[in-house]
Design a protein around this ligand. Structure first.
Ligand code: HEC
Length: 287
């Protein structure tokens, strides 16, 4: 017979699993947690646990190293610095067993590298939640319908270039009109925001029994639009929106015979499953 305790434990376990953070994979993220930075700056350096601690994720690597070095050497002082000084026993504070270990230069470099993500500004989000195509695929296999995978490219892109097979829905972030308007600066057709983006998104999330804490992955062509869409969604309260960093097609090659072609990284170049045949359910959401 299953004990009462176990019956309570099962739904609790499922619930924790559904909202599980993506496991730390980078050395910087592991150090950030191991050295106790998470206690004030939050799990991802995104949501600080205290109003005194700044958001770190998404700041440049040089900035993080410069600021942290100044704090750890005791050179930088403000009315908030003592929070770090006390934990790490910096300056006049006597060292004993309760002091957090001060990061070495090498450790700080790794932390800074992870926090900055080495992404171009346009690919960064407020929440700083980024995921590779491979990790997205792995996580989706593990979480099934407890996570959402949304392709935010235009209908034309998915129609002609194909789409990852695991996508739950295509909700375009931008739309093209009737192809009668030209964007001189971009040398392309003119695009407009999809005015129904957040509305459709909210409806889809609700229809799947998910909520604003659920794990959501956004994919676009190469990671810029997905970053913008993630910012928009964080503004309306979604906390766990990941941008798939190099998108479906990936970055353009910078050199070589195939310079300018998208052959470098991203979903397709990682050999992950996709198809030109679209899933009707994902194109016409039943919501
Ligand atoms: C006890 C809480 C606490 C812990 C633990 C902590 N910090 Fe901080 N951190 C703060 C506070 C508060 C500030 C703001 C200090 C100031 O403005 O003078 C700060 C500022 C910073 C800054 C400067 C950011 C900026 O925009 O000016 C960096 C970089 C930083 N911390 C890195 C780290 C790293 C790396 C760790 C772990 C090795 C860590 N912190 C651990 C509380 C903490």
């Amino acid at each position: 017979m299953i004990s009462n305790r176990l019956i309570y434990a099962i739904p609790l376990f499922l619930c924790i699993n559904a909202y599980a953070e993506i496991a730390p994979t980078s050395p910087g993220q592991i150090l950030f947690s191991k050295l106790g930075c998470t206690n004030c700056h939050g799990q991802n350096g995104v949501h600080p646990t205290s109003k005194y601690a700044p958001v770190l994720k998404g700041k440049s690597s040089d900035y993080i190293i410069e600021k942290a070095s100044a704090i750890f050497s005791g050179k930088h002082l403000s009315n908030r610095t003592h929070f770090m000084h006390e934990q790490f026993c910096v300056g006049d504070i006597k060292k004993d067993d309760s002091c957090y270990p001060t990061p070495t230069e090498d450790e700080l470099q790794k932390i800074a590298q992870w926090l900055s993500s080495n992404l171009p500004d346009k690919n960064m989000t407020f929440q700083g939640l980024y995921v590779s195509a491979q990790d997205t695929y792995d996580k989706l296999q593990e979480l099934g319908d407890k996570a959402l995978f949304i392709d935010i490219r235009t209908r034309a892109e998915v129609a002609f270039l194909g789409m990852p097979t695991d996508v739950d829905a295509n909700i375009p972030y931008m739309v093209v009109g009737d192809f009668s308007e030209w964007n001189e600066r971009k040398q392309n057709f003119k695009f407009y925001p999809n005015s129904k983006f957040t509305l459709l998104f909210d409806k889809l999330v609700k229809s799947r029994g998910l909520n604003k804490d659920s794990l959501i992955f956004l994919i676009c062509r190469s990671g810029k639009r997905s970053a913008k869409a993630a910012k928009l969604l964080s503004a309306i309260g979604y906390h766990n929106v990941y941008s798939v960093v190099h998108g479906f097609e990936g970055d353009k090659a910078k050199e070589g015979r195939r310079r300018g072609e998208r052959i470098v990284n991203g979903w397709k170049n990682n050999g992950l499953p996709w198809s030109y045949k679209l899933n009707k359910e994902a194109m016409y959401m039943k919501i």
